[in-house]
Design a protein around this ligand. Structure first.
Ligand SMILES: [Zn+2]
Length: 429
């Protein structure tokens, strides 16, 4: 048994505790409260006081692509255009060996551990690379096996078989910490028929689903108007494509996949009725504000998601479109961008941001029965953030100090299920 204490403990499920402590035993949190009281309650436990620091639930990065970590900064000289970026990424990815992809994924997982991220929702074409990286570094997560490029209804029967085989193979290697899901990539790369088949399969096997949805104007042009860049590509390569002529979210509902309560990444080009469809279906959202901004895709209506009661977590997306995995920086950017969005209704508070970066992500990945808050009975997934940097002084309000004046480099230790995986520059695994 051990006790971690600091000037601030943020349970997220309750108000911050000054001079607080968390008691941990067997991977679980057994008590959270005032330092003096916790020490009295467990006099034999080892105790470490972090002093000027904050203890909070580990960050949940609910949308990443660990396997393309090696492309960080490699695409930043492309013209300002999503199409060139996608094509270049594809070239870079095909030039990499399996071993290179696996090494990159491990580097990405380490970056997360260094940043206080304890859980990833990671999407992978290979699947295996992300899953093995999380296992190696000691992280928690859901790894979503992604579909291949498959916009043509005619190949859906073969695709579902291949995907199911990959899914079962990957699930063999799942652990208590790392689960396996599926990711039909997006409404612009997956045919209606394949979406329908994946929806049936997911319902039957009770599989977590994640989808890139309503991310760009190009996607919207394709599904709504049968126009734009993607339609040219599909014609050129002889794909048979039937535009649904509705919004991406309506399309997902029509195929039955929205009824599997997927985690939808981006949701930039969504209308109020799309948001209502997402809410009513019980689906969740991975909000990726920096990736959206880097591509110039626009602002997702973040405060509308929160106000409608949808579970919303934060996603860094790949480091090729961010360029870091830093949920404190992502939180700061999310709050600033939301306040600056034309037509925004209200200010997002730093408190809401920390909740989104922790509990919101846990709910979005359907893991909130285990993680996301510091409460007795939950897994001891914890980040300790130092508050000693001059740029954080004075700490007038702890949520503001963390969201608006801290970043991943202030994280000192990261624990998953009570086990320390990172401390002061050292990775233990
Ligand atoms: Zn993505």
């Amino acid at each position: 048994m051990k006790i971690l204490s600091a000037d601030y403990v943020l349970p997220i499920s309750a108000e911050p505790i000054t001079d607080g402590a968390v008691a941990i035993e067997g991977g679980e949190i057994i008590a959270v409260g005032k330092r003096d009281e916790i020490i009295l309650q467990y006099p034999d436990a080892g105790h470490e006081n972090f002093g000027k620091a904050a203890i909070l639930p580990g960050f949940v990065n609910c949308h990443s692509h660990l396997e393309i970590t090696a492309s960080r900064g490699a695409l930043d000289d492309v013209e300002h255009d999503f199409r060139s970026w996608l094509l270049r990424l594809n070239d870079l990815r095909s030039a990499m060996s399996d071993a290179e992809i696996e090494a990159a994924a491990i580097a990405g997982a380490n970056e997360g551990a260094r940043a206080g991220v304890t859980c990833f929702g990671d999407i992978g074409r290979c699947g295996k690379a992300g899953l093995e990286a999380l296992k190696k570094v000691g992280l928690r997560g859901v790894v979503f096996q992604e579909t291949e490029f498959s916009p043509d209804d005619r190949t859906a029967d073969d695709e579902i078989q291949r995907l199911a085989d990959k899914f079962f193979e990957l699930r063999e290697t799942a652990t208590d910490l790392v689960e396996v899901g599926l990711s039909p990539h997006s409404p612009y790369t997956v045919s209606q028929r394949l979406f329908e088949k994946i929806a049936e399969f997911a319902a039957m096997e009770n599989i977590n689903i994640s989808i890139h949805a309503a991310e760009s104007a190009e996607e919207r042009a394709l599904v709504m108007d049968d126009s734009g860049f993607f339609i040219e590509v599909y014609k050129k390569f002889g794909f048979e494509w039937n535009s649904p002529r509705c919004s991406s979210v309506e399309f997902l509902e029509r195929t039955g996949i929205l009824q599997t309560k997927p985690l939808l990444a981006h949701c930039v080009t969504v209308s109020d009725s799309d948001i209502e469809l997402i809410r009513a279906s019980g689906s969740s959202i991975a909000h990726c504000p920096k990736s959206n901004a880097k591509f110039g895709h626009g602002y997702a209506p973040f405060e509308k998601f929160l106000d409608s009661g949808i579970a919303v977590g934060l996603g860094s997306d790949s480091v090729a479109s961010n360029n870091v995995c830093d949920l404190l920086e992502e939180s700061r950017f999310a709050a600033l961008a939301a306040r600056n969005r034309p037509g925004n209704k209200r200010f997002i508070s730093p408190k809401e941001m920390l909740e989104t970066a922790t509990l919101g992500g846990a709910k979005a990945l359907r893991l909130d029965d285990r993680i996301g808050t510091l409460e007795p009975g939950k897994q001891a997934d914890i980040a300790v953030v130092s508050l000693t940097n001059i740029a954080q002084q004075p700490v007038n309000e702890i949520h503001a100090a963390l969201v608006f004046a801290s970043n991943a480099r202030d994280v000192v230790i990261t624990l998953v299920a009570g086990e320390e995986i990172y401390r002061d520059g050292t990775f233990w695994k």
